[in-house]
Ligand binder design. Structure first.
Ligand code: G2I
Length: 506
């Protein structure tokens, strides 16, 4: 692979200073009104405690989905799947997966005509089991290309490329949302990389690759993907000219991937405008491999700048109607390619070495529709019913036994967890105003909640409805959730009772 992928001119940004607003860990997050279907988060997060670093509870994927059906993704490798701390965050946060290496040519066709889809299949199965879609990455690239391809006589390269594309795209037909059909075709000056494909076929290899992929899976979105094309420069101009040319020839090109491997403080200020010019051609655009590398050790000012950078990228995407989503390259700093490639640099993702959210995570949540509110409240919002007693409007029958069932889903990582609780009214009367009491496992302390006001933060707690979700019709459900710190016990709560009556589980 190339030794220096990703230096670029920077966005004009003001370095973070001591005059910045309150640090991220003392802010309260309130999710904006989102999609009604979003289970993890719909509206109205209420903070109980401002303490602790893990108070930014929400799902990036759900927030992105509420922003016009966008996604928020991550790269995952095969070895990532056995790291439970990593997968807890991946499952809780992301709804799109890009295989980090498992669909590349050196894995999928290590020798001519001999295919190996096992590693890629594992990623696809994992994604499907967790409700995530898959970006196929990638079909044609000069890197991670087995030597048998570059050793072929040039007269045989086209057939090898077409066979590879047809076989791989057919294998994953219907299972991937999109393909990076050609990856990183340009040099920094906008000239074409002189790889086996270009040398054998000239620039026509790109159209041929796209047509071959389209024939194998007409429903997959077909992308060209590259780095250092996020701002307007010689390389992005070359990509733009190529896209125009391909579209004018009727070549099946659906989108452009902007890898977005940034250097701290150097997100181009014209990124949105640059993505928009591609979108205006009728193409989708996506941020495909976002990270933002810092010279180590990272200072708190660095992390604040990184938060600004990440938020700017997300806002740039949201500003372009055809920007379909954002993917980070790796779940956390421990999984990033950066330290292994750029000596002395790292801390490039939204989650630290222990998968705790960094300021960039909170900034992205906010950019996706959350708001920061300070200071945290000392009393429940006036719109919520009092937490000390059932609301007076609750009918007496709602206290009868057997009128509720409760299901819950826990996603835990090393020191934190999120819990999603769904309450069903199994009775015959409408519930108007509810309070669900339950017992938290020992060592768990709630730091943040959504769709309910919860107090106290540990032990026996009460979750009360907010102004908009107090009514549960017979047979209907309502959901709320919280994030908590734990000291090792990640068990689900027990002793659920709704308005004083025990609930069954289910
Ligand atoms: O370089 C960062 C990314 C730039 N855009 C295209 C992406 O596909 C690329 O991903 C990285 C992977 O994250 C690395 O994991 O691509 C690298 C190779 O170009 C990957 O590194 C390779 C190592 O170089 C190999 O030594 C190693 O055998 O990963 C291989 C599998 O672990």
């Amino acid at each position: 692979m190339r030794s220096d992928p990703h230096a670029r001119p920077g966005r004009t940004t003001t370095p973070a200073t001591a005059a910045e607003p309150l640090p991220w860990h003392s802010r309260r997050l309130t999710a904006a009104a989102g999609a009604v279907t979003a289970v993890v988060l719909a509206a109205g997060a209420t903070l109980l405690s401002a303490a602790g670093p893990a108070n930014a509870a929400t799902s990036l994927g759900s927030l992105a989905a509420a922003q016009g059906g966008r996604y928020f993704g991550t790269a995952l490798t095969q070895s990532n799947l056995s790291n439970s701390a990593l997968t807890a965050v991946a499952n809780a946060q992301f709804n799109m997966v890009t295989p980090g290496n498992e669909m590349k040519w050196d894995t999928t066709e290590p020798s001519n005509g001999s295919y190996n889809f096992g590693p890629g299949d594992q990623i696809v199965s994992y994604a499907q089991a967790h409700g995530m879609k898959v970006r196929g990455h990638n079909l044609v690239w000069q890197s991670q290309l087995p030597s048998w391809v570059s050793s072929l006589p040039s007269t045989q390269v086209q057939a090898a490329m077409e066979a590879h594309i047809t076989t791989e795209v057919t294998h994953y037909k219907g299972e991937v949302y999109s393909w990076d059909v050609v990856n990183e075709p340009f040099n920094g000056d906008g000239s074409y990389v002189s790889d086996a494909f270009y040398n054998a076929m000239g620039v026509g290899y790109i159209a041929d690759a796209l047509r071959t992929a389209h024939a194998a899976d007409p429903n997959a979105k077909l992308y060209l993907n590259d780095y250092n094309i996020e701002g307007e420069n010689a390389k992005s101009n070359a990509m733009y000219s190529l896209a125009q040319s391909l579209l004018s020839q009727g070549v099946p090109l659906n989108g452009i991937g902007f890898e977005s491997h940034f250097i701290l403080g150097q997100v181009p200020s014209d990124m949105q405008a640059n993505m928009q010019r591609f979108a205006s051609l009728g193409l989708d655009v996506a941020v495909t491999e976002l990270d933002d590398r810092i010279t180590l050790p990272a200072t708190s000012a660095n992390l604040q700048q990184q938060a600004t950078d990440f938020a700017n990228v997300v806002k740039d995407c949201l500003g372009v109607t055809r920007c379909v989503g954002v993917s980070q390259w790796g779940v956390g700093d421990a999984d990033s390619w950066v330290p292994g490639t750029f000596s002395g640099q790292g801390a490039a993702t939204m989650f630290d070495q222990n998968y705790q959210p960094k300021p960039a995570y909170t900034a992205v949540v906010n950019a996706l529709g959350g708001t920061s509110v300070t200071p945290p409240p000392t009393t429940p919002p006036s719109s919520a019913p009092p937490s000390s007693a059932p609301p007076s409007s609750a009918p007496p029958t709602s206290g009868a036994a057997g009128t509720c069932s409760v299901s819950d889903v826990v996603s835990a990582w090393n020191t934190g967890l999120t819990e999603q609780i769904t309450v069903k009214n199994t009775g015959t009367s409408t519930i108007n105003g509810w309070k669900l009491t339950f017992t938290l496992a020992s060592g768990q302390t709630i730091t943040n909640a959504w769709n309910a006001t919860i107090s106290p933060s540990s032990g026996s707690v009460s979750a009360a409805n907010l102004s908009y979700n107090g009514t549960i019709a017979p047979g209907a459900t309502t959901s709320f959730g919280f994030q908590a710190n734990h000291t090792g016990n990640t068990a689900a709560p027990t002793n659920f009772a709704l308005n004083g009556a025990s609930c069954t589980s289910g």
